[in-house]
Design a protein around this ligand. Structure first.
Ligand code: SF4
Ligand code: SF4
Length: 365
């Protein structure tokens, strides 16, 4: 290893180095494969448009296996399989076995309701990196009202317990919305009791067809302010003027995010997108090779060239250092992936208020 590489490695660590180098060399390090839009739950906030009983256009087993071989030869190392609900695909383990044969690091997102002893054993054999399970409350009343599926809480918990007992790493993933606001601590405590890790986010994306119907469940300003208290404490590390400015400078030269840079997704119909949350079609794997789409699709080329300093409305924004803007969400909510997101502006503004309040309290205890 030359001196520059050694220096980079000591600053970034092995994983950071991998992310940086894959971005620099445009290697599609990570991908999300949406195996199906079908789901056995009907979550009130979900962005996926469910297709009903017939899904004539879903890719079949051989097509998915071929895609896995294509992306393996492009350098992809980590895949997240998601849906819809992935366990509704009868060929799930055939696809996962091919992914294992190709030595991918495997993650899976599921609601856990269809995981019994047999599925848990098969998952344990597969040695996945992590299984993400959606859980929205610490009690059946809260969770089942959000999934609109009676009994789903009990089934999800059972699936989690079966996996944890086999040594599978499970992460509970939750969305914070009006219907489960105030349950955060209890849900985190349940996660600890179950032996899983836990992540929760208040970002709720419009439906993938552009409908905003599901946004009625988004937290309003005062609810979000209350929920951000904990996050704000973590962010106060950027408080000093010097740190704020250095964070700002490094964000200005960053890409918007890794979508299209070293990250991609494929939807159940074979369309390649920058991300599941970013509904711009880069190409179609039914008629094109992944290599050609990844190298030449105009949207991918644009995303790789775009840094935050190019974004009208964001580049001069004071809040840039504490802004978590998702271009996919900005596109669906505000109509422009390359402009401000009203949700991100609200969130960053509230974080800033909390930051200022905290520094005033610290000066006048
Ligand atoms: S910021 Fe949005 S578009 Fe980018 S990777 Fe994250 S979810 Fe996807
Ligand atoms: S999205 Fe809003 S808060 Fe974020 S940098 Fe752009 S203008 Fe500022």
């Amino acid at each position: 290893m030359d001196n520059t590489a050694q220096e980079e490695r000591s600053i970034l660590g092995p994983h950071g180095l991998l992310v940086t180098r894959s971005s620099r060399n445009q290697i599609p390090l990570t991908g999300i494969l949406e195996l199906t839009y079908r789901c056995n739950e009907k979550c009130i906030h979900c962005y996926v448009i469910q297709p009903g009983r017939k899904t004539p256009h879903e890719l079949d087993t051989d097509q998915w296996k071929d895609i896995l071989r294509q992306i393996a030869s492009e350098g992809t190392m980590e895949i997240t399989f998601t849906g819809g609900e992935v366990f509704l695909r009868k060929d799930l383990f055939e696809i996962l076995d091919e992914a294992r044969r190709l030595h991918f690091s495997i993650k899976l997102s599921t609601n856990g309701t269809l995981i019994g002893e047999k599925q848990a054993d098969a998952l344990a054999d597969l040695k996945p990196w992590e299984i993400g399970v959606s859980l929205y409350g610490e009690d059946a009343g809260t969770h089942d009202a959000i999934t609109k599926s009676a009994g789903s809480f009990r089934k999800t918990l059972h699936g989690i317990e079966l996996m944890v007992s086999r040594g599978i790493r499970v992460k509970i993933r939750s969305v914070l919305m009006r219907e489960n606001l105030g349950h955060e601590e209890n849900l985190a405590a349940l996660s600890e009791k179950l032996g899983t890790s836990f992540a929760q986010d208040p970002l709720l994306t419009p439906k993938s067809n552009g409908s905003h119907d599901n946004l009625v469940h988004r937290l309003n300003g005062s609810e979000l302010r209350a929920a951000l208290g904990v996050e704000a404490k973590r962010l106060f590390v950027v408080d000093s003027e010097q740190r704020w400015e250095s964070r700002r400078q490094s964000k200005l030269i960053d890409n918007m995010c890794k979508a299209g840079v070293n990250f991609f997704s494929v939807n159940p119909l074979g369309k390649v997108l920058p991300c599941v949350q970013f509904q711009m079609v880069a190409g179609d794997l039914r008629s094109q090779r992944f290599h050609d789409i990844w190298r030449s699709a105009p949207i991918f080329i644009r995303l790789r060239k775009t840094i935050n300093a190019h974004l009208e409305g964001c580049r001069d924004c004071r809040l840039l250092p504490i802004c978590f803007r998702c271009p996919g969400e900005a596109l669906l909510s505000d109509g422009d992936a390359f402009g401000p997101s009203s949700w991100a502006c609200l969130r960053a503004g509230l974080l800033d208020e909390l930051r200022e309040e905290s520094s005033t309290t610290e000066q006048h205890p």
